[in-house]
Design a protein around this ligand. Structure first.
Ligand SMILES: [Zn+2]
Length: 228
């Protein structure tokens, strides 16, 4: 009863629309849950019908490419990502990971992967934010897919975004200056599920995949919360 009184006085709000959550709703209200722009890429698997897959063609071999949601500017997905990045909503990342991981497991994708590895933040950014939003999402995936998550398998050395403007040859030369695998035995001969919050060009995921494969990973797949 005390909890009921508390929730009347301080109702928790939906991370996607800021409306009050009803009893039994958690993080995202039912109306938003129905209306979120789901990609359903997992239905297509690794085929030409999966547009994310095509972003990596001719760049780096990626077995599967998944995103839970379409990124729509000013919409629910942008609000979710904003909360996740700037409002410290770490538990929201975990919740989204659990939801998407259950869906991927329902389609037996969990059997393909050996380990989950999040795209790392540079340590200064990590210190400022207190957590890595990609790692929060990865943690939820790891729980619902029953896979280990190695939060430090990849480290970001340079405090810069991947050089997307340089041509590809230049980018490939500098990826190992940006990302490193300090303990290659964590990924050697493994199918790595690489995790990030959002995919725009795919350049950051591409750079991480190159470095993981160079460190001996057997295969790399990628999954994000949203894709532009
Ligand atoms: Zn809502």
């Amino acid at each position: 009863m005390f909890e009921d009184v508390l929730s009347l006085l301080f109702p928790e709000s939906c991370y996607a629309c800021s409306g009050a959550l009803a009893r039994g709703e958690k993080f995202i209200c039912t109306n938003c849950s129905i209306k979120l722009p789901y990609t359903d890429f997992h239905v297509h698997g690794a085929t030409e019908h999966n547009p994310l897959q095509r972003r990596f063609w001719g760049k780096v071999p990626v077995r599967f490419a998944f995103a839970y949601l379409y990124f729509v500017p000013k919409g629910r997905v942008q609000r979710l990502l904003h909360q996740l990045k700037y409002k410290g909503a770490q538990e929201l990342g975990e919740h989204l990971g659990q939801r998407y991981g259950s869906l991927l497991s329902d389609h037996q994708y969990n059997q393909h992967f050996d380990v989950i590895v999040p795209v790392p933040l540079h340590k200064y950014k990590m210190r400022r934010r207190g957590y890595n939003q990609a790692e929060s999402f990865g943690l939820g995936l790891s729980q619902s897919m029953n896979l280990p998550s190695y939060g430090h398998a990849l480290v970001r050395k340079a405090n810069t975004a991947t050089q997307t403007r340089k041509n590809r040859f230049d980018r490939w030369k500098n990826v190992e200056d940006v990302f490193q695998v300090p303990r290659p035995e964590q990924v050697r001969d493994k199918h790595v599920l690489l995790v990030d919050d959002v995919m725009t060009t795919g350049a950051t995921l591409e750079a991480c995949a190159v470095v993981l494969l160079a460190a001996g990973a057997k295969e790399v797949s990628v999954v994000t919360i949203a894709a532009a």
